[in-house]
Design a protein around this ligand. Structure first.
Ligand SMILES: O=P(O)(O)OC[C@H]1O[C@H](O[C@H]2O[C@H](CO)[C@@H](O)[C@H](O)[C@H]2O)[C@H](O)[C@@H](O)[C@@H]1O
Ligand SMILES: O=c1ccn([C@@H]2O[C@H](COP(=O)(O)OP(=O)(O)O)[C@@H](O)[C@H]2O)c(=O)[nH]1
Length: 734
């Protein structure tokens, strides 16, 4: 039976050695708590790190470790102290975490930790590959494992791989600073589906892919040479019923409240003071220090609330080997001390501060007892605490104040949304929350709860998995038109038997890959020799048919006596002959069009004009991809209006718009060339829209092949120029 394999750095359970035995506690953090509910209800396995390094586990406890993980349907990945130092405390949490949360000043670029990240991702890959069975689906989680999808795909192209990023994906301007940006993107693109919490993270990612890797991106799909990767946003939900039911139970036993007991014990004797809750891992991205300062500002701005409110702050220890986290701990300790010292009275402590993690029951106690939740991350992928707080408000009373920088804010507009850097706004939101009429609280929470209940963690996971399975259909479509070996064999059989054969070969993007400067794309010796060999075979004709100007083509192929067709059919050099125009064409329109193209060149950095005898081409391969596409469609529209009166055509090539006489195109050129001749084998290969004319106009028995995965009228497609070379080699030896 096929299964789902979840992979994340941290397993849902953390192992510790207590009195020479293995003790398991639940992991904290949104990923583990959220995915736990998904895993619990599946028949799959979860692969990850136990929290203990190889060195920490004595030989006699190794079986116990395996036993403890198996019980939870988990498989451990064994990591050394050195791995954890370089991979977890190093690259994951000193490079990626700060960079992706826009803390560039905290970001370290260390080659050693990058190498450790690569090594550990490989270790994960080995364990995953050992556990994959046919039909399994893979779901990789988070920033610690961004190389894993490609490592798995390389060995197991047959399995569907999903990846979900739980933290923000930053803007291209930030991401581009990473020295290993290409490796990270290529690692992620091993997936079939990549999910983010919000549309903003999704578009940042797509923009980085198209700018850095220059892959074709259309809407939410990235076209690779042999696959399509789908990218979408799926805001993670919570196990709503677990939280609301636990809260209802807790409400029913009111006297069980720890906080209440604390008040009863007269640790603090202002029982009517409103409780303001704050819960996070102690992480600089969570804005904890700013939150305390904003609270101080609030008490100063609205002194009437002294002794009427209390900030209950739970900070969960996290990544304490990283210096920034140690500094933050010190800063928070000092701030809490200073503010309590500044405002406290005999009967009132303004901040109750807990530095530890709490078991589920105590969390529920905090959630249900506090009238206000104040969550002010500077950046946060989602923030599940915000959702959990709302889910536990069984009587629908309570107010959530939430930073607009948390992914959750996008779905929780009924909360009081604040900018975490704006103390004025936070202070006012606190006042508004404390004074908010109950009816309004209920109204807001009603909407929030309805949404959270509907789009819970189960729905989120199902949506993701359904989309992942859908990507399998896309792969099937791709497979259907990709030239198979048997189809290739059949083609070469026809070639062998044919008594008169012709091959139309497009040049750029087909015989030769694209380069930034088109003049640098001259044919290599190997290619020249291959073409010559095919041409020298009996009854075989090779035609290079290109949009290039005749001088360039003529110079490159001067020693090979094949037919050349230049400028999409304007010029032809027959075997052993001289260049001649094929039609009577005008070029007086160029003086009108050139200034328009020049305007576009001036406004669009990286673009240039190529001037041929009967056409003008505007190249935008080196422009910013988005801007290039936008300007190309703008220019296309301008030219279409102009062309209506001038019989001009606009050819939409691969990152080039070519303006020429509308009656000229490769389809017409090939039709004219074969007219009246009885070729028993016809072959055409090309990569862009200008080649579609040949695919459409050649007779049905022609073998037409598109290079690269795109919509096409050709019968087959092959992945890239390397595959084209393979085909040429076969023609040469058949
Ligand atoms: O494993 P740790 O280093 O102890 O860190 C705990 C987890 O923190 C991060 O959580 C994120 O995931 C949440 C759920 O999607 C999201 O709400 C939150 O905004 C994120 O910060 C981290 O992404 C996990 O990998 C860590 O395990
Ligand atoms: O003592 C604690 C405090 C918090 N949490 C859980 O930790 C998660 C925090 O997730 P969030 O998305 O808010 O932030 P993250 O820590 O993942 O960045 C929530 O599910 C909390 O219920 C926990 O298990 N124990």
């Amino acid at each position: 039976m096929s299964k789902t394999i979840i992979i994340s750095n941290r397993l849902p359970l953390q192992l510790q050695i207590d009195n020479k035995t293995i003790k398991a506690t639940p992991s904290v953090g949104g990923l583990a708590t959220g995915m736990k509910s998904v895993h619990r209800d599946s028949n799959g396995i979860w692969i990850g790190w136990t929290g203990l390094t190889e060195e920490e586990i004595p030989a006699d406890l190794r079986d116990e470790v395996v036993e403890a993980t198996i019980q939870e349907q988990c498989v451990p990945v064994s990591l050394t102290e050195e791995d954890i130092e370089g991979f977890y405390y190093g690259f994951s949490n000193r490079t990626i975490w700060p960079l992706f949360h826009y803390f560039m000043e905290y970001t370290e670029f260390e080659k050693e930790s990058w190498q450790s990240y690569v090594t550990v991702n490989q270790k994960y890959a080995e364990v995953v590959l050992d556990n994959i069975e046919e039909g399994d689906t893979i779901w990789v989680h988070d920033y610690q494992l961004m190389l894993l999808p490609a490592l798995i795909k390389k060995e197991r192209p047959d399995v569907q791989i999903g990846f979900f990023l739980h933290i923000p994906f930053p803007s291209y301007e930030v991401f581009r600073t990473l020295p290993w940006r290409e490796e990270i993107l290529k690692g992620l693109l091993g997936s079939d589906l990549i999910g983010f919490h919000t549309y903003d993270y999704q578009r940042h990612f797509l923009s980085s892919v198209s700018r850095i890797l220059r892959n074709e991106v259309s809407f939410n799909e990235i076209t690779l040479k042999d696959r399509i990767v789908t990218v979408n946003s799926y805001p993670m939900g919570i196990d709503y019923n677990k939280f609301s039911e636990a809260a209802a139970k807790h409400d029913a036993a009111k006297n069980q409240s720890e906080l209440q007991r604390r008040l009863d014990l007269h640790i603090d004797s202002t029982p009517d003071a409103k409780m303001i809750l704050s819960i996070d891992r102690l992480d600089y991205s969570k804005g904890i220090a700013n939150r305390i300062r904003a609270y101080e500002y609030f008490l100063e701005k609205y002194p009437e609330f002294k002794e009427k409110v209390r900030l209950v702050m739970l900070a969960v220890p996290s990544r304490s080997n990283v210096p920034q986290y140690q500094l933050l701990k010190k800063e928070v300790d000092e701030l809490v001390g200073r503010i309590n010292g500044k405002f406290a009275s005999v009967s009132w402590t303004p901040i109750w501060y807990f530095y530890r993690s709490m078991p589920f029951e105590n969390l529920i106690d905090l959630y249900t007892t506090c009238e206000v939740a104040l969550l002010t991350p500077i950046r946060d992928g989602m923030n599940l605490v915000a959702k959990e707080y709302v889910a536990t408000r069984t009587d629908k009373k309570g107010v959530l104040i939430l930073s607009e920088m948390a992914g959750a804010a996008q779905e929780m507009s009924e909360a009081l949304i604040i900018n975490p850097n704006n103390f004025e706004e936070i202070a006012d939101a606190l006042k508004q929350a404390i004074e908010m009429p109950e009816a309004e609280q209920i109204k807001r929470n009603k909407f929030l709860q309805k949404r959270l209940k509907r789009y819970n963690v189960e729905k989120w996971a199902n949506d993701f998995m359904t989309s992942l399975r859908d990507t399998a259909h896309k792969s099937d479509i791709v497979k259907a038109i990709r030239m198979r070996t048997d189809q290739e064999d059949e083609m070469f059989e026809t070639y062998k038997k044919a008594d008169k054969r012709i091959l139309f070969l497009d040049y750029d993007g087909t015989l030769r890959g694209f380069v930034n400067n088109p003049e640098d794309a001259s044919p290599d010796d190997d290619l020249i020799e291959l073409v010559r060999t095919i041409h020298n075979q009996d009854n075989t004709e090779v035609v290079i048919i290109s949009g290039r100007d005749r001088h360039t083509l003529g110079t490159w192929w001067q020693d090979v006596p094949i037919t050349l067709i230049a400028e999409h059919g304007v010029w032809k050099r027959p075997v052993g002959g001289e260049w001649a125009v094929t039609e009577n064409l005008k070029n007086d329109w160029m003086d009108t069009v050139r200034p328009i193209l020049e305007q576009f060149v001036d406004r669009t950095a990286g673009t240039f004009i190529e001037e041929k005898n009967y056409s003008l081409a505007w190249h935008y391969r080196n422009a910013d991809p988005d801007l290039g596409e936008k300007r190309a469609s703008e220019l296309s529209n301008v030219l279409k209006e102009l062309s209506a009166n001038n019989e001009l055509g606009v050819l939409d090539g691969n990152k080039v718009l070519e303006i020429k006489d509308s009656t000229i195109h490769k389809g017409k050129a090939v039709t004219k060339h074969i007219f009246g001749k009885d070729y028993s084998f016809k072959f055409a290969i090309g990569d862009d829209w200008t080649d579609e004319y040949m695919f459409q106009d050649l007779p049905d028995d022609a073998f037409t092949i598109k290079v690269g995965l795109q919509k096409t009228a050709a019968k087959y497609y092959v992945d890239d120029t390397d595959r084209v070379r393979d085909l040429l080699k076969k023609f040469a030896t058949t």
